[in-house]
Design a protein around this ligand. Sequence first.
Ligand SMILES: [Zn+2]
Length: 80
Amino acid sequence: MKDYGRYGSKVDQAAHRIFDFGMSGDPCLKETGKLCEKCNDLLTAFYHEERLYSVHCFRCGTVHLVEAENPDDAAAKVGW
Ligand SMILES: [Zn+2]
């Protein structure tokens, strides 16, 4: 378990938490049917309430935060 407290601000800590969650392979991350623009791997998404989604690519280690109506729309904003 990382010690997020060593990072500076609360927003820094939040960014690290979201990134690490995205890379965790947590079963709550839903496959979207959309592919990463960079590496063509399948994107996963997680709903954070109030239309906010995080979209994740495990292969290239990217996490995007987007507003959308559903996971596929969220993934379509950053993939294809
Ligand atoms: Zn990728």
